[in-house]
Design a protein around this ligand. Structure first.
Ligand code: PGA
Ligand code: MG
Length: 234
């Protein structure tokens, strides 16, 4: 049992639990260089993150005129191969993450990760940072396979959040993320959503449509308690 108002909490990974843009940026730049394109400043890569690796590379290439599909496929493979060997060179948890996850675990809250990263990469990052065991489930962009149109059943669909919720044993669930993909997925799954303004938000955090916005991870527990209070009958 827990005295916390939410029995389970799902977390986005990139831009929410971990600052990962430098490693992602170096993987994108590796592919851009291989294709004869200009590398992008790694700080600018924050604008490309949120929809998964394919969307990230597509956005980077489109800014330089785009490429034919077969060339894209090759550069995408090149990028994934590079990233596979460099998932956590610079990637670190944001300040406050460990302490807050510790406190939630002490209070009996079941934690999960729901990311658009491939599950293998997410596990690579979490493993390198010694975070894996904190999560009851780790749902990646490819974990649930593809729909009839061939698209991964990933955020902004409700499916991966539903899967994490189920794997957590059901009950009161809240989600924490940094992009419109997270807000839309949480809305579709009918769970409350807290937006991480310090992450890779694809727009002003207070305009993403989240139920609460946190400027740093240490604000998460009071934000969730506030949400539950606002929601309870007077
Ligand atoms: O890397 C991405 O583009 C998405 O990953 P996230 O869902 O953990 O933010
Ligand atoms: Mg994110």
């Amino acid at each position: 049992m827990t005295d916390f108002p939410f029995r389970c909490i799902g977390f986005d990974l990139d831009g929410t639990l971990v600052e990962s843009h430098r490693d992602l940026g170096e993987a994108v730049n590796h592919a851009l260089r291989e294709g004869g394109f200009n590398p992008v400043p790694v700080e600018d890569v924050t604008d490309l993150i949120g929809g998964g690796a394919k969307v990230m590379l597509r956005r980077a290439l489109d800014k330089q005129g785009g490429v034919p599909e077969d060339e894209f496929r090759n550069l995408y493979k090149t990028m994934l191969h590079y990233y596979d060997g460099h998932v956590a060179v610079h990637t670190r948890p944001y300040p406050g993450v460990i302490a807050v996850l510790d406190e939630l675990a002490e209070r009996g809250v079941v934690l999960s990760v729901v990311t658009n990263k491939f599950e293998g990469f997410a596990r690579g990052v979490l493993g390198a940072l010694d975070l894996t065991d904190r999560f009851a489930s780790i749902i990646g962009g490819d974990t649930l396979g593809k729909d009839a149109e061939g698209n991964y059943r990933a955020k902004p669909l409700a499916d991966p959040i539903d899967a994490a919720r189920q794997a957590s044993g059901g009950g009161n669930f809240a989600f924490v993320g940094d992009s419109s993909y997270d807000v839309l997925a949480a809305r579709a799954a009918c769970v409350p959503i807290v937006a991480a303004a310090y992450g890779y938000c694809d727009g002003p955090a207070d305009e993403l449509g989240a139920d609460a916005v946190i400027a740093k991870f240490a604000e998460l527990i009071p934000a969730l308690e506030g949400l539950a209070k606002a929601d309870s009958p007077h």
